[in-house]
Design a protein around this ligand. Structure first.
Ligand SMILES: [Zn+2]
Length: 328
C-alpha cells in the first residue's frame, strides 16, 4: 500500500497534471509569434466554459480560431504521450459564446458557432467530458477553466478601477493607470472527514443539496488562517464539534469556478453533533455497515465520484463505494 497522500490523489480525476506550464517562457514578448510558426503548437478554443470534444477527446486546432477579444493564454507544453503528443505547446483561445448573442437567438447562434469553430465536435463541460479524457487533456481543460474565469472577473484594477491589460502570456493583468500587477487567484477551501472514537464517520446534509445528499463538511479558508485552523473552525461552526489533529490527505483543483479543495481528516473529541441550521441542516454518524445500508436503501446519496468528498469518504471506508443513483 502506498502513502495515504498517493492513495487519495491517485483517484482524483481533476488532479491529474499532464502539462508543464513552462512559466519561464511567459515573459518572452515574441512567445506567441514563435508559437504560431512552430509545428508543435495547438490551439484550444473555450466557449462558455466548454471545450470541443470529438470521439471522447479534446479537439486542438492547428490554427488559432477567431477569439472573443481576450488575448491568447499560454497553457504550457504537454508532458506525456496520449491523444495529444508529448511536447505540444497549447494556447487557450476564448471564443465568443452565448453571452455574445441576444437571449432570443442564443440557441441558434450556439449551434452555428460550434460547427464554425470546430467541425464535427460538440461543446462539452469538464464534468461531462472528463471520464473520457486522459491526464494531459484533463490537465489542459482544468487549467483553461480556472485561468479563463479569473480573466473574466478581473478586467479592472482592484486598487483604482481602471481597466487592466493582459501581459506575461496570460498569467498577469496589469493596470493601465497605475501599473500594478495582478496575478491569477485560487480560493482554498478545506474539506474534512470527521471520525469519532469508534471510527464512525460524520456526514452532513447541506441546505444547498438535494434532500438526501450527505457529504463531508467543507468551507473556505479565511484570510490570515492556517488550513488546520480552518478545519477546526468549520467543524465547530457547522457541527458544534471540537476536532483535534487535522491530517492532510490530498487536494483537487475545483475550477467551478476557482476553488482548490484541500482534503483532511480529523478526530472529534465528542459525538454530540449539532447542525448550524443554516449551511448544514442535518448531521449523522455512520458505521461502515450503516453507510452501505443507507446508500443501498436509497435513504442517502453520496457526493459524486468526481469530487474529493467522495474520495475522502472512500478513504475512511477503505475501498470504493457504489451509489447507483449517485451523480458525478
Ligand atoms: Zn489601478
Amino acid at each position: 500500500m502506498g502513502s495515504i497522500e498517493a492513495t487519495v490523489n491517485a483517484t482524483l480525476l481533476l488532479s491529474r497534471a499532464g502539462v508543464d506550464r513552462r512559466g519561464e517562457r511567459r515573459s518572452d514578448p515574441d512567445l506567441f509569434d514563435r508559437l504560431a510558426s512552430s509545428t508543435t503548437t495547438r490551439y484550444l478554443p473555450l466557449r462558455d466554459g466548454q471545450a470541443p470534444i470529438r470521439d471522447g477527446g479534446l479537439v486542438l486546432l492547428d490554427v488559432a480560431p477567431a477569439g472573443d477579444g481576450t488575448p491568447p493564454l499560454y497553457l504550457g507544453a504537454t508532458t506525456a504521450d496520449g491523444a495529444v503528443p508529448a511536447g505540444t505547446d497549447v494556447v487557450l483561445v476564448p471564443v465568443p459564446g452565448s453571452e455574445s448573442a441576444g437571449p432570443a437567438d442564443a440557441g441558434v447562434y450556439q449551434d452555428d458557432h460550434a460547427g464554425a469553430v470546430v467541425p464535427g465536435a460538440q461543446w462539452r463541460g469538464l464534468r461531462d467530458a472528463v471520464d473520457d479524457l486522459d491526464a494531459v487533456e484533463a490537465g489542459l481543460f482544468v487549467e483553461s477553466l480556472a485561468l479563463h474565469h479569473w480573466h473574466r472577473v478581473h478586467r479592472h484594477c482592484p486598487r483604482c478601477g481602471a481597466p487592466t491589460e493582459v501581459v506575461e502570456a496570460g498569467w498577469v493583468r496589469r493596470c493601465t493607470a497605475d501599473g500594478s500587477q495582478h496575478f491569477p487567484r485560487t480560493d482554498p477551501a478545506i474539506i474534512c472527514t470527521v471520525v469519532d472514537d469508534d471510527d464512525r464517520l460524520l456526514l452532513g446534509r447541506s441546505a444547498q443539496w438535494p434532500a438526501n445528499r450527505f457529504s463531508t463538511l467543507a468551507g473556505f479558508v479565511e484570510p490570515g488562517e492556517s488550513l488546520e485552523a480552518a478545519v477546526v473552525r468549520e467543524i465547530g461552526e457547522e457541527a458544534g464539534l471540537v476536532v483535534d489533529s487535522p491530517r492532510y490527505l490530498g487536494s483537487q483543483p475545483w475550477p467551478f469556478p476557482c476553488s482548490l479543495m484541500l482534503g483532511f481528516t480529523a478526530h472529534a473529541t465528542g459525538t454530540r453533533a449539532v447542525p448550524d441550521g443554516i449551511e448544514i441542516l442535518d448531521l449523522r454518524w455512520f458505521t461502515r455497515a450503516e453507510l452501505v445500508s443507507a446508500v443501498g436503501a436509497g435513504e442517502i446519496r453520496l457526493p459524486g465520484t468526481l469530487s474529493i468528498a467522495r474520495r475522502l469518504i472512500e478513504h475512511w471506508y477503505g475501498e470504493p463505494l457504489t451509489d447507483p443513483e449517485g451523480e458525478r
